[in-house]
Design a protein around this ligand. Structure first.
Ligand code: PRP
Ligand code: URA
Length: 210
């Protein structure tokens, strides 16, 4: 396994992922669980955040204790479905800025089409966590990473719930510097580019649009 792929194989994530996969899960529950998994996976994706120490006083004595260095961080959802993961990330890193990239897949070519982009002004100085529930062909994520590199970002991670082997391979090939965090690696893509067994169309299931 490529060292840039991190599968968060925690029982809580696996359990919640099964609820997402179930076609009978309601929109409300689906949305809540996406957010919860986002929070749990952020725990892994921020494992290398740098720490410093500060002096505090406990009820017993003064001591030096670890605190996050406060390096600049931004979460970048790929619209629409990536929005479902933002709240969970912000609950773990409340000071993070949020940049948005709007992409949709052309359903015939499966290639991503950009329709929106808005970033914090100092985004080039920030560590970037791109979030999207699905890494299928990898076209959307590869394009989003490319846009962030055009902004000058140099430390970019990608966090997805489900990944297909094809998408992982594409990111490793086009962006070998990017760490991928995923909740599970599924079997394959079907003939129309959906992840198998997958969970269906993540955007439609989060927003109830189908
Ligand atoms: C879905 C998903 C990813 C993309 C993954 O978005 O949220 O962004 O497909 O597929 P890929 O790896 O083959 O590019 P979609 O284009 O359906 O748009 P939506 O989020 O607005 O539903
Ligand atoms: N986008 C989705 O929402 N689901 C898939 O299975 C593939 C791409």
């Amino acid at each position: 396994m490529n060292e840039k792929l991190h599968v968060v194989n925690h029982p809580l994530v696996a359990h919640k992922m099964t609820i997402l996969r179930d076609k009978n899960t309601s929109v409300k529950e689906f949305r809540e669980i996406v957010s919860e998994i986002g929070m749990l996976m952020t725990y892994e994706a921020t494992r290398d955040l740098p720490l410093t120490e500060k002096e505090i006083e406990t009820p017993i004595c003064k001591t030096m204790a670890p605190t996050i260095l406060g390096k600049k961080f931004a979460v970048v959802p790929i619209l629409r479905a990536g929005l479902g993961l933002v709240e969970g990330v912000l609950r773990m890193v409340p000071s993070a800025r949020v940049g948005h990239i709007g992409l949709y897949r052309n359903e015939e070519t499966l290639e991503p089409v950009k329709y929106f982009c808005k970033m914090p002004p100092d985004v080039a100085d920030r560590d970037i966590l791109i979030v999207d529930p699905m890494l299928a062909t990898g076209g959307s994520a590869a394009a989003a990473i490319g846009f962030m590199k055009e902004y000058g970002c140099t430390n970019i991670k990608l966090m997805v719930l489900l990944a297909a082997p094809e998408g992982i391979e594409r990111i490793h090939k086009e962006h070998p510097d990017v760490d991928i965090y995923c909740g599970a690696v599924d079997q394959k893509l079907n003939e129309v580019g959906y992840i198998v067994p997958g969970l269906g169309d993540a955007g439609d299931r989060i927003f109830g649009t189908k």
